[in-house]
Structures are given as structure tokens and as C-alpha cells.
Design a protein around this ligand. Structure first.
Ligand code: FES
Ligand code: FES
Length: 159
């Protein structure tokens, strides 16, 4: 076991963990931040997506020892003073979830995208979200939510 100081959602948190334990495991099992989900554990589904220095990463693939210098943001860190982020609110407004298991990862990937590109095209959204899998097939509503968060109406019209 080693001690690590992680910067998670703006707080400095001390954790003891094996160096090769995944960031996902540390977040969920040692820091009780269970909004980040375990899906495949192999970098294939996106359920575990968090942001590190603004970039979407698959936390199941990142050892905690590599995360100690980064500013980590999880789904719990998006809400500020009880107010959902624009992406969270857009997912709610569009009903962009069914079982909700993929939703945290979807929102984190979408947030990372919109932080780097305020008005992504449809193709850019699809490309950025390509590694996030929704087994319930809510992709049309997820895309609509991201477009809403980007300030565009779902149908591309004049709303
Ligand atoms: S659990 Fe990390 S990508 Fe599936
Ligand atoms: S809403 Fe169920 S996996 Fe996406």
C-alpha cells in the first residue's frame, strides 16, 4: 500500500491503495464516489469516464499512481451549489437515459467535449462519444441532450 494525494472535485484527498489499483476502484471503493460506474473494466464501454485536467479518461485503465498529479472531476463534481451543470440539465430535459448506468460516463465525455469545443458538429459529437456504450440504446436522446447543452435545438431548427 502507498499513500496518494488526489485532487478530486477540487478537494485534496488522501488515500492508501496499491499503486496499480485503478482510479475507478479508488473512486468507488475508497472515496465512496459511486456515481462513476464499472462496466467492462477494459476501456471499451465508457461507463467509468471521468475528467483528468479537463480530458475524458477511462478511469478503469488508469492506475491511481498515475492520477495523483491531475485534477480529477467526477460526476459528483459537476453540480455547483445544488445547480446541475448544463450537460446534466440537458440530459434531464431530454430524458436521455433509461436504466442510467451509462449516464455518468456519457455526461463526463460530453462535458469534456463541450469544454474543448463549444459548438461541435453532429459528426464531432458522434466521434467524441464513440467509446461510450448505451446498452439501452438511448443514443438519439443522448445526442439531442448534447446538442441542447451546446445551445442547439434538437432538430436543428429555430427554437
Ligand atoms: S469500465 Fe472503463 S471503459 Fe468500461
Ligand atoms: S441508459 Fe441504460 S445503458 Fe444507457
Amino acid at each position: 500500500m502507498s499513500e496518494f494525494v488526489l485532487n478530486v472535485n477540487g478537494a485534496q484527498l488522501h488515500v492508501n491503495a496499491p499503486e496499480d489499483e485503478s482510479l475507478l476502484s479508488v473512486l468507488r471503493n475508497r472515496l465512496n464516489l459511486t456515481g462513476t460506474k464499472y462496466g467492462c473494466g477494459e476501456g471499451q464501454c465508457g461507463a467509468c469516464t471521468v475528467m483528468a485536467d479537463g480530458q475524458a479518461i477511462r478511469s478503469c485503465l488508469v492506475p491511481v499512481s498515475s492520477a495523483a498529479l491531475a485534477k480529477i472531476v467526477t460526476i459528483e463534481g459537476l453540480e455547483v451549489d445544488g445547480k446541475l451543470s448544463r450537460v446534466q440539465q440537458a440530459f434531464l430535459d431530454e430524458g436521455a437515459l433509461q436504466c442510467g448506468y451509462c449516464t455518468s460516463g456519457m455526461i463526463m465525455s460530453a462535458t469534456s467535449l463541450l469544454n474543448s469545443k463549444h459548438k461541435p458538429t453532429h459528426d464531432e459529437i458522434v466521434e467524441a462519444m464513440n467509446g461510450n456504450v448505451c446498452r439501452c440504446g438511448t443514443y438519439p436522446r443522448i445526442l439531442a441532450a448534447i446538442r441542447r447543452a451546446a445551445g442547439e435545438p434538437e432538430d436543428g431548427g429555430s427554437r
